[in-house]
Write a protein that binds this ligand. Structure first.
Ligand code: MRU
Length: 372
């Protein structure tokens, strides 16, 4: 338990195997594609029953796709937001550049209002606006092209970030391990490979045998509908658990480590992630199981000092009162539906990033890694 990452040489071996595996082609549909200037999103609300790719035609549609979780997961909503912003200024290519920039900022604020907790969305939108502002001398037509390139770059960079998280985290997963995850921080939540799942895919590609336990993740079942779907489709050994089974399974000694993703890491290492994550972290501490969080730099928010300042999205009561099409609570029931919780940094064994595994004290290791 609590084993450190393997050496550089091990990473190199894994890298080679990963490249070979990628050459065989991924079995998963792409979460996000940008083809001939148009955005295509895999509608994750229909998984695992149907695989539907939906062409986006307006910024309003992209706002809605983010809001209703057709596209979800912190890195994925950042990428979708960057592409979605293009729709907001596509028709502004013949106006003066200052007008273009004003509209760009308004549209970025609009898209940012779709979901508050994952910092990747505001990070990507801010990056797009800053890119345009740094090229004020260009015409609006040229600015639009610069923004297309920036959105593609954000998307491409995410692929590299996920790959590096996989390489850095895979040596933690040993032969015969049981690895528990919560929600979906998988390929579906990113450009590819995922964050929490990247070490799993990478270790699997390197021939390590281990079992993944996926919490179903009430109320929207991202673990049941998405994580178990993508891991099963990719040939990993995955077992689905109801959320309330984790303590029992841990008590039986079946879990050797936990890896989850995150929507925002505060400067002190407090970590916001899908509701229920904090409970898993507390359980892991009780049973002496290492609890890792995996994320790219785009999820680290050095401007938010602690988890207390992270805005937690509160969603509709309907999500809690219904299970699929079936009503499961009395009409008029009072409901709380916070979509995320914040795990205090003291429960986090390490943060697996693209540059390595950060350890406590996180205010120091994060500041060193992501100086502002
Ligand atoms: O509400 P969701 O499905 O967007 O929540 C997703 C999560 O909580 C993920 O764990 C997090 O965004 C990390 S994704 C790599």
């Amino acid at each position: 338990r609590g084993t450190e990452p393997a050496s550089f040489t091990d990473n190199e071996i894994i890298k080679e195997q990963l490249v070979q595996n990628n050459a065989k082609g991924s079995l998963l549909p792409k979460t996000i594609e940008f083809i001939d200037g148009e955005l295509y999103l895999l509608d994750q609300t229909q998984l695992p029953v149907k695989t539907v790719i939906e062409k986006q035609i307006s910024i309003e549609q992209v706002w809605d796709s983010i809001k209703v979780l057709k596209v979800r997961g912190a890195p994925a909503i950042g990428i979708a937001g960057a592409y979605g912003l293009l729709y907001g200024v596509k028709d502004m290519q013949n106006v003066p550049a200052d007008k273009f920039l004003t509209v760009l900022k308004e549209k970025a604020d609009y898209l940012n209002s779709s979901r508050p907790t994952a910092v990747n969305l505001s990070w990507a939108l801010k990056r797009m606006v800053q890119k345009a502002e740094s090229r004020k001398e260009l015409t609006s037509t040229q600015l639009y092209k610069v923004l297309v390139d920036e959105a593609v770059l954000i998307h491409e960079e995410d692929k590299h970030l996920c790959k590096s998280i996989g390489l850095n985290g895979a040596p933690l997963i040993k032969e015969g391990y049981g690895v528990l995850t919560h929600c979906n921080a998988g390929a579906l939540a990113t450009s590819e490979l995922g964050t929490a799942t990247a070490p799993m895919y990478t270790a699997h590609a390197a021939g390590v045998n281990f079992k993944v336990y996926a919490d179903e993740t009430r109320p929207l079942l991202q673990g049941a509908r998405l994580t178990s779907w993508e891991l099963q489709k990719s040939g990993l050994d995955v077992t689905l658990l109801c959320d309330n089974m984790a303590a029992h399974i841990m008590s039986q000694g079946l879990i050797d480590m936990v890896i989850v993703g995150t929507d925002r890491v505060a400067a002190n290492g407090d970590v916001a992630n899908k509701i229920g994550t904090m409970g898993v972290a507390i359980l892991a501490k009780h049973f002496g199981i290492p609890f890792y969080v995996a994320c790219p730099s785009s999820t680290v928010d050095m401007e938010t000092p602690t988890g207390r300042e992270i805005v937690i999205e509160e969603r509709e009561a309907d999500e809690v009162c219904n299970f699929g099409a079936r009503r499961t609570a009395p009409e008029g029931m009072k409901v709380r539906n916070p979509a995320f919780d914040v795990t205090p940094n003291e429960f986090v064994t390490g943060i697996i990033t693209e540059i390595g595994i950060l350890k406590a004290p996180y205010s120091e290791s994060l500041a060193k890694a992501y100086k502002i």
